[in-house]
Design a protein around this ligand. Structure first.
Ligand code: G1P
Length: 298
């Protein structure tokens, strides 16, 4: 089976649901406990063996490139102060030489268009797509689980999970057929998919939650630049165009997803990532209980 070496991370969205925080800080650099949400997703990709990240940026998002670059000034200051642990943490975030490419999407034409902007760097090999505002807390990581599914059945893999009640119209929704062997029944052939179906028309309650492994043939479908839901060029539509030609499987991964695309989702992710932190989890629990008790009048 072809190894998946490259991942596309589309970050160009305007982040309107995270305004005003996302006005001057790119949405994907908003903090989740101790680092930007994007850094958590890059860590998940590295753990899954991704060697090259193609980050699709919008205007005004240069801080993302700086985040993954060295900061000689900070490193010197930390070294002088003997802050060795923080120095190591900082250095571990920096991209290895050639590990990241930054591509600019000139206009917010949709997720499909953002992925299409990465086509020349991806070339003719299967690749991953990771949506960085969906943090997935899982062991092994969500992308690693998708890779295992890809090793087993090949083709295209789309990670899915049940949508919150009454929210299927906000997502890409899949229709499923037969179950693949293994994976505790969590891997099933996809028979259809639709982006943001009107409520009542959804083919299931399973939504596409932000990790994909795709064949490069999806770029042929994306090249048509057809507009779909919301007038945007949708990745879901391009995948559906390939469904008659190649297999797609949906994997209901084992883990917990945090949608950081609005302030409450970001709050939930922050609390969860603080609580699970090996060094500061206990202290975080004390802080959160104190706040909750005060708020509940206990
Ligand atoms: C995108 C995808 C959608 C997916 C969702 C997950 O939608 O188009 O299929 O379910 O991400 O967050 P967006 O959130 O960009 O509207």
């Amino acid at each position: 089976m072809t190894r998946i070496r490259k991942a596309v991370l589309p970050v160009a969205g305007l982040g309107t649901r995270n305004l005003p925080a996302a006005k001057t800080t790119p949405k994907n650099l908003l903090n989740v406990f101790d680092r930007p949400m994007l850094a958590h997703v890059v860590a998940e990709g590295r753990a899954a063996g991704i060697e090259h990240f193609v980050i699709v940026l919008g205007r005004g998002q240069g801080a993302i490139e700086d985040y993954f670059d060295r900061s000689v000034e900070l490193e010197t200051a930390l070294a002088e102060k003997g802050r060795t642990a923080m120095l190591e943490t900082l250095r571990a975030e920096v991209a290895r030489p050639g590990e990241m490419s930054f591509v600019r999407q000139m206009a917010p034409l949709g997720l499909g268009h953002a992925v299409w902007c990465a086509r020349d760097i991806i070339g003719d090999e299967p690749f991953a797509v990771m949506l960085p505002d969906m943090l997935m807390d899982a062991t092994p990581g969500a992308l690693s689980q998708a890779m295992a599914a890809h090793d087993a059945v090949g083709g295209n893999i789309v990670v899915v999970e049940p949508a919150p009640d009454g929210e299927t119209h906000k997502y890409g929704i899949v229709a499923l057929g037969e179950t693949a062997p293994g994976f505790h029944g969590r891997l099933r052939r996809m028979t259809g998919m639709v982006e943001k179906p009107p409520l009542g028309t959804e083919p299931s309650n399973l939504f596409i939650s932000g990790r994909y492994i795709l064949s490069p043939t999806v770029f042929e479908a994306l090249a048509a630049h057809s507009r779909g839901a919301g007038g945007e060029i949708q990745l879901t539509d391009a995948m559906r165009a390939r469904l008659d030609h190649e297999p797609f499987h949906a994997l209901a991964y084992e883990g917990v997803t945090y949608d950081c695309g609005d302030p409450l989702g970001l709050l939930r992710a922050n609390a969860a990532f603080a609580l699970r932190d090996p060094d500061q989890g206990a202290a975080a629990r004390a802080v959160l209980s104190e706040l909750l008790n005060a708020s509940l009048g206990a």
